[in-house]
Design a protein around this ligand. Structure first.
Ligand SMILES: Cc1cc2nc3c(=O)[nH]c(=O)nc-3n(C[C@H](O)[C@H](O)[C@H](O)COP(=O)(O)OP(=O)(O)OC[C@H]3O[C@@H](n4cnc5c(N)ncnc54)[C@H](O)[C@@H]3O)c2cc1C
Length: 380
């Protein structure tokens, strides 16, 4: 099933698979071990156009749809989920929010270098005391006329140590609740910005995650994205792209875990037979494959609705919820079918098991997505 992808988009998915198998997968274990992403890989992806995949051609990108990008994200994440999230945050959140809400000047300034990978983006919303409850952020941006004075701390920032462009949410009017939130495009070299040490994580270790603080940072007024007070609407809109991104990251992890399991179950023998001959394990694999296919259907539906410009809040939430649960279910069963070997680092399923966990936490927790879905179901 090709999910109505054009010939060109299918070709790109295939090229992404070849690149991921040749360049990402062979390094994935080492990237996990060292907890870093080689800079030359990022450069290579920039040269091949992946970092500007959805950026319009007039701003130096490839101009492809979210549906086409989904295929690339799946293939990259299947090889290295940590690298997959680098790509998703840079493209689906940072480039896309600038493209959707920026004026022509800001797009011309930031999108071309981001499309080539010369500049990498980070999305800074979460704070130490504000995660799911994003309206409670305490970062402030005080309007001083020519500039905004930015103060605050952002936590768990993906690409934090690699980025030269930060998309930052802060309160321009702290008394106005969600209407007091605004969004800024901030160059990482401004005075007053401190970047913390890389966080030590359970999984997606190749992804760079940091705390970033801002003390009296003077952000030029032209770096306000969209209008003052519109930050909440922008954050909520862009979450659709992020959810689709994580859905395909989760599908990539799950598919790799299943592939490894099928291979292993044919090689490993117990009671004189390959594991694949035992019905208890055959049924596990049948469930794993069924959930992966169901995930793909939900995720492509969400991506296609978004590309068609249709409302898709409920659908992106359903996709993100189901795909991330699938990744965890499949990776868990993959370890089970590998027995003790699945618990050892020599086997890739151990990494998939750790990588899958975060997909239920970031871009909205599973609980947050159930809140979105049920609110939509129960509205008048
Ligand atoms: C590896 C990693 C990378 C990340 N990258 C980024 C990034 O690039 N940019 C960024 O801005 N953020 C990023 N995040 C942050 C991520 O989005 C948050 O961790 C997530 O939104 C949850 O927020 P929290 O951790 O503060 O948990 P909390 O909001 O404190 O939630 C804790 C628990 O309570 C539950 N909960 C909260 N409120 C309710 C409620 N009303 N009803 C029921 N249950 C509730 C949650 O579902 C969760 O289970 C990243 C996180 C991680 C782990």
């Amino acid at each position: 099933m090709d999910f109505n992808l054009s010939e060109e988009e299918l070709e790109f998915k295939q090229m992404a698979r070849e690149f991921a198998e040749k360049r990402l997968y062979p390094q994935a274990e080492e990237m996990d071990e060292k907890a870093e992403t080689p800079k030359e890989l990022i450069k290579e992806c920039g040269e091949l156009g992946y970092l500007g995949f959805t950026v319009p051609e007039e701003y130096g990108g490839m101009g492809f749809s979210s549906t086409a990008f989904a295929g690339v994200l799946e293939e990259f994440s299947a090889a290295c989920a940590g690298f997959g999230i680098l790509l998703s945050v840079h493209c689906s959140l940072c480039c896309e929010i600038i493209n959707l809400f920026g004026n022509d000047d800001i797009k011309k300034k930031y999108l071309p270098p981001m499309a080539t990978g010369e500049k990498i983006g980070s999305y800074c919303l979460t704070e130490p005391n504000a995660g799911t409850d994003l309206v409670s952020i305490s970062s402030t941006a005080e309007n001083k006329g020519d500039y905004y004075l930015l103060n605050g701390t952002k936590t768990f920032v993906t690409n934090g140590g690699l980025a030269s462009v930060f998309i930052i949410f802060a309160k321009t009017n702290p008394d106005e609740g969600h209407r007091g939130l605004s969004c800024f495009v901030v160059d990482s070299n401004l005075d007053g910005i401190s970047i913390g040490k890389p966080e030590k994580k359970c999984g997606i270790k190749a992804s760079d995650t940091r705390e970033i603080s801002f003390v009296d940072v003077k952000v030029p007024k032209e770096n306000l994205l969209g209008e003052e007070g519109n930050g909440f609407r922008m954050a909520v809109t862009i979450l659709n792209s992020g959810r689709i991104g994580v859905s395909f990251q989760a599908i990539g992890i799950a598919q790799s875990a299943l592939n490894e399991t099928i291979k292993y179950s044919k090689e490993r023998k117990q009671f004189g037979k390959p594991l694949a001959a035992f019905q208890a394990l055959q049924f596990k694999m049948a469930d794993m494959a069924t959930r992966i296919d169901a995930s793909r259907l939900l995720a492509y539906r969400a991506a296609q609705l978004k590309d068609a410009g249709k409302p898709c809040h409920r659908e992106t939430s359903m996709s993100k919820l189901f795909c991330s649960q699938t990744a965890n279910f499949v990776a868990n069963e993959a370890v089970q079918i590998h027995g003790g070997y699945g618990y050892m680092k020599e086997y890739a399923v151990e990494r998939y098991f750790r990588d899958a966990r975060v997909t239920e936490i970031y871009e909205g927790t599973s609980e947050a997505h159930r809140m979105v879905i049920s609110k939509d179901l129960l509205k008048d």
